[in-house]
Design a binder for this molecule. Sequence first.
Ligand code: SAM
Length: 291
Amino acid sequence: MKNIIKSAIYIVSTPIGNLGDISKRAIEVLQQVDEIAAEDTRHSKQLLMHLGINTPLIALHEHNERAQAENLIARVKDGKAIALISDAGTPLISDPGYHLVRNAYAAGVRVIPIPGACAVTCALSVSGLATDRFCFEGFLASKASARLEQLQSLINETRTMVFYEAPHRIVATLTAMSQVFGSDRDITIARELTKQFETIYTGSLQQVLDFVQSDPQQQRGEFVLVVAGAELQSTNSEISEEVARMLQILMSQLSVKQAASLAAEISGVSKNQLYEAALRIKDSGTQNSSQ
Ligand code: SAM
């Protein structure tokens, strides 16, 4: 076994269900570090027992992260090696660790990733939806009105969108998505990934909603929702998809005129043509958001 570098913080991914998904390198690091910071020490003890690892565990969760981060960084500066794990998957992905990593860099401490399972990439890889560009939206707000507002802000998002969702909100969220994005928008629902009751179901939002509502079993467990992005407006056919996308990005920060002018300078397409296209994009955005 190769000795690990001391005086470093290791961000170690653990399985999201199937315990076979831990890497050899993750096991070596967890064996050799001086301490493992874990979101829930009782939960992580089970994993460590399964792996035959006796490294001491300490708690690092959202309520003590700032204080604990300082404490851990001080120990690393004294020559110790620390690993951070979360209950499942990759730390910091909808899990604690942000303050630890940020403060570690501020203190000149090395941070080393030990990659592995993550529900986002796991779901995307089997979604059958475009994966060349995607955005991760994490958990939507639990309050219905705030959730609707968040979804409305994504109405013109052309990248594939990935969401985490809890079982008691799955039907409400699919219903809200169907209202905002339209019932025929494609979605893949990935439930209980890598576990016994893994279900991956692809269809329109209406089909997936019907599937989930028709079977209470499908409303249990852990979920990732992968939603197709909005179609780039076909009315922009005279400009390429790439230029239309650039125009959309510029329009999120600038006036129509400024965006068209800058896009023309970058792309070489005529300013008038881009101005027309920008107005059409703006119009279609206004129509969508008033639906
Ligand atoms: N850090 C984790 C990761 O790398 O994916 C995510 C932690 S977040 C607190 C937990 C959420 O991730 C769950 O509510 C669910 O949305 C998603 N998730 C985690 N494991 C999953 C699985 N096996 N199947 C489907 N979704 C999962």
